[in-house]
Write a protein that binds this ligand. Structure first.
Ligand code: G6P
Ligand code: ZN
Length: 561
């Protein structure tokens, strides 16, 4: 029989979970009892529900995941947890954790990740708690965990428990007269089974493989050396028959090969170049823990996350899951371009604008009011789980393309022609001094909320924008009535164009100011404006300057749409 040992400890300052859990440098987590304190506080926040409960544990494969999995096993054993479901080798993508919590109805899960932040001993690590709905813990729970970290005096651990997680199987231990079970599970299986229920795999397979009459649709999927590698290999190579040359960086590495595992045009530039220079119809990349995605088409035609959300919203009927369960409302985070709002209006669906952070979507989904949502920060997902989901987004796009027969570019052009286009750009000012940034935001808030600002007009180039509304965004959750204030400054213009400024909640040093600019062009007006101003945008994606093509512009007035 194994014994529980109570260890005396002292609180650490600053164990406050941010938007997505406690995220710090690896070396911070390596301090004596630092990690133990936080794990014990997570469990204490669930006191009363722990006895007999099951928790899911897994992470994105970064440096320290395996060591922390071992600590979690020993501390859970010391606190009366009955069972742990752990991904083999400690690997589970964030969407897979959400899927497994829901499928096996567990009390929750502990996710070990710093998402898209670099890994390795000199970089980042993180611990996040997800609740029984599969979603990130809400503010009330994370605040409670934080309170507990400020007063913690002891943690309980079973130091002699030895439980390797390299092989799939069940291990049973006798801990202080109780049974404690650790089941090491296939990291991929439950998630893949679920994707096969949501999507029509044979249909996607035949798109990728081609037929007598149609060339194979060539994809290139980049896991950026993050946790999605095994998922991508199983889904795209084994299930969809895409071939080994259709996937890249599919071995999870502790330091992501030294790269920054964030799927965007900067950090996934290798993928962009390969698709641009090769014979590919589609490219996708995912971040370290598998919840973010980037989608590109032939010649690396870039789909902004805001457009990706709007296009999927307009075409959800092409995905079997939604054909089956129906389509409820749509939602986006406040800074995300409002392209999806136009789709919601047309389809007569409820539309929600929430603060930045995936956790704000959860209540709406649980209440059956939200089907599809997304954020400009490369997050797309649906009510199939309670996290954003990178691989799901790629499969959703392939389902749409398989059903419509259109290319990525044609899909976007058709969408813009129907709904108009919300041009979107984001500017990041990183590692700024915190105090002047806070002052700047205060001053700006004063300006935009002063009498006379609404109704005034601003100009840029040949356009004038008249201010229709301006505020510091606040949100009242329609389900539980909780209120989040100070979520970012918003200037909304009469034509739907917007300027948004907010301070990032994820930066690790100083302040990061984000400026989001969005200009709406109705389909017809967009065409005329170019002719009049001789703006010469890219002839293929209508952007000026174009970031997706080696832009061969056509003479003004003849740009085809
Ligand atoms: C994390 C969350 C996202 C959120 C993003 C915002 O990635 O998971 O839901 O959109 O942070 O980051 P920011 O740096 O803009 O606060
Ligand atoms: Zn992530």
């Amino acid at each position: 029989m194994l014994n529980i040992v109570t260890v005396n400890t002292n609180p650490y300052e600053g164990q406050k979970p941010g938007t997505s859990g406690l995220r710090k440098k690896v070396k911070v987590f390596l301090q004596d009892n630092y990690t133990e304190n936080f794990i014990q506080s997570i469990l204490d926040a669930n006191k009363g529900s722990l006895e007999g409960c099951t928790l899911v544990v897994g992470g994105d494969g970064r440096y320290l995941v395996k060591e922390v999995v071992d600590k979690i096993i020993k501390i859970c054993a010391g606190n009366g947890v009955a069972k742990l479901l752990i991904g083999q080798n400690g690997l589970l993508s964030t969407p897979a954790v959400s899927c497994i919590i829901r499928k096996y109805k567990t009390l929750g899960g502990i996710v070990l990740t710093a998402s898209h932040n670099p890994g390795g001993i000199d970089n980042d690590f993180g611990i996040k708690f997800n609740c029984s709905n599969g979603g990130p813990a809400p503010d009330a729970t994370t605040n409670h965990i934080y309170q507990l970290t400020t007063t913690i005096q002891q943690y309980k651990i079973v130091p002699d428990l030895v439980c390797p997680v390299d092989d799939i199987g069940v291990q049973t231990f006798k801990v202080a007269n109780r049974e404690f079970v650790v089941e090491v599970i296939d990291s991929v299986r439950d998630y893949v089974d679920y994707m096969k229920e949501i999507f029509d795999f044979p249909k996607i397979r035949s798109l990728l493989q081609g037929s007598e009459h149609r060339k194979p649709f060539k994809v290139l999927i980049d896991s950026m050396s993050g946790v999605t590698g095994p998922y991508v290999r199983r889904i795209f190579v084994s299930e969809l028959g895409a071939g080994e040359d259709a996937v890249r960086r599919v071995t999870p590495l502790q330091d992501f090969g030294g790269a920054h595992p964030d799927p965007n045009l900067t950090y996934a530039a290798d993928l962009v170049n390969e698709v641009k220079n090769g014979d590919y119809d589609f490219g996708a990349a995912f971040d370290g823990d598998g919840d973010r995605n980037m989608i590109i088409g032939r010649d690396a035609f870039f789909v902004t996350p805001s457009d990706s959300l709007a296009v999927l919203a307009a075409q959800l009927h092409r995905i079997p899951y939604f054909a089956r369960v129906g389509v409820r409302g749509f939602a986006r985070s406040m800074p995300t371009a409002a392209a999806v709002d136009r789709v919601a209006r047309k389809l007569g669906k409820e539309m929600f604008e929430v603060p930045t952070g995936w956790k704000y979507f959860g209540n709406l989904m649980d209440a059956g009011r939200l089907s599809l949502c997304g954020e400009e920060s490369f997050g797309t997902g649906s009510d199939h789980i309670r996290e954003k989901d990178g691989v799901w987004a790629a499969l959703a796009w392939l389902s749409v393309l398989a059903d419509s027969g259109a290319s990525v570019e044609e899909t976007l052009l058709r969408h813009w022609r129907e709904f108009g286009r919300n041009y979107f750009a984001r500017y990041d000012y990183e590692e700024c001094a915190a105090e002047p940034c806070a002052r700047m935001m205060r001053d700006l808030e004063e300006k935009i909320t002063a009498p006379g600002f609404v109704g005034s007009s601003l100009s840029s180039g040949d356009r004038r924008y008249s201010v229709q509304a301006a505020d510091n965004f606040s949100y009242k959750d329609p389900i539980d009535g909780s209120v989040a204030t100070g979520q970012g400054l918003r200037v909304v213009f009469a034509d739907g164009s917007r300027l948004v400024l907010r301070l990032s909640g994820t930066g690790s040093a100083g302040a990061t100011v984000r400026l989001y600019a969005e200009a709406y062009e109705p389909a017809e007006a967009g065409r005329r404006r170019c002719v009049v101003t001789h703006a010469m945008p890219c002839s293929r994606c209508w952007t000026s300057p174009c970031i997706s093509h080696s832009c061969i512009t056509t003479p003004a007035g003849t740009a085809p749409l």
